[in-house]
Design a protein around this ligand. Structure first.
Ligand code: PSU
Ligand code: MN
Length: 302
């Protein structure tokens, strides 16, 4: 396995000396945001993680290796490449054996982080049960990964491109704890609240770190999902964004987009239709998650 891992020195050193490391995914860079904002956000998140006392490790695939921690040159490739492969769990062996440039999803980033011994991971939104699931059976591999891989994931909830109640049910069935950070309802990515109540709430990063320690101590397998609402000043008007997402979902259906292409298609449509306003919100919430993720990781090792 080691021959497939290319761990940056700084990251390896932090892992060896019991310092907090926070992983970041690359699908958000290659397939989630346009250039150059994708690159700017990736750099900003790494900086925020450092400022909050942890070492960042952006994860991707290059030259037949899983890169754990990248440099600016790698980032430029991920941010500009038109044919970076969106790599979910099922694509991982293929992408490594073919030595393609691979952007890792939440599922694959969790898996790779855990192979490297990283316990914390920050992203924007996770995949979930798609709307129209009854017809398509489209459930993101992210949920299955959360059920079996020991990584704590910080996100801003999920977008209503998904069937949110079914996503919550799925995670409950799979035994994934969802911790609302300073919230009692599932944050809906662009907005802070939703009508979907959460059962677990914690208001302090140290409390979350403590819970994660207990989970590890008792050998409970699987991830923890921490949902962190977008900052008040960056949140969008709920009606406006919900309507726009409804429209995008209908257009995707009409255009026959499905499978792994549907999430990137919807993300791009939403940015386009909102004239970039949604992108601003997206950037703000990812940075906000980077800060919380680093704080939890730091508290875990203190
Ligand atoms: N949702 C977002 N932004 C994203 C993604 C999802 O709001 O960037 C990306 C993540 O990488 C996630 C992936 O893991 O899309 C899910 O894709 P799928 O639904 O095909 O599993
Ligand atoms: Mn899918």
């Amino acid at each position: 396995m080691k021959e497939y891992l290319d761990i940056k020195d700084e990251v390896q050193k932090a892992l060896d000396t019991g310092k907090p490391v926070v992983a970041l995914e690359s699908t958000i860079i290659s397939h989630g945001m346009p250039y150059p904002q994708n690159k700017e956000v990736a750099l900003a998140c790494e900086e925020i993680i450092r400022q909050n006392g942890a070492v960042p490790a952006t994860i991707c695939l290059m030259d037949g290796k899983i890169k754990i921690g990248i440099d600016e040159n790698d980032l430029e490739i991920l941010a500009t490449s038109k044919d970076a492969m969106k790599v979910s769990r099922r694509d991982l062996a293929y992408a490594l054996s073919k030595k393609v440039v691979g952007a890792t999803t939440v599922a694959t980033t969790m898996l790779c982080a855990s192979l490297a011994g990283i316990k914390f991971f920050v992203t924007g939104g996770i995949g979930g049960v798609h709307r129209g699931y009854e017809k398509t059976m489209d459930v993101s591999a992210d949920l299955e990964e959360l059920s079996k891989t020991d990584v704590l994931v910080v996100c801003a909830g999920a977008k209503s491109i998904l069937d949110l109640p079914r996503t919550l049910e799925y995670l409950e069935t799979k035994g994934v704890p969802i911790v609302g950070y300073q919230t009692d309802t599932l944050p809906q990515f662009f907005t802070r609240e939703s009508e979907y109540p959460l059962r677990l709430r914690m208001d302090d990063p140290a409390e979350i770190a403590q819970m994660y320690k207990v989970k590890n101590d008792i050998g409970l397998n699987g991830g923890v999902l921490v949902v962190n609402p977008i900052p008040e000043e960056d949140s969008m008007d709920k009606n406006y964004i919900d309507n726009l997402i409804d429209k995008a979902v209908k257009e995707a259906d009409k255009a026959g987009v499905h499978g792994k292409d549907i999430t990137p298609y919807l993300l791009a449509k939403i940015v386009e239709e909102s004239n970039g306003e949604s992108l601003k919100a997206n950037i703000a919430l990812v940075k906000n998650n980077a800060k919380l993720g680093a704080k939890i990781a730091k508290a875990f090792f203190d």
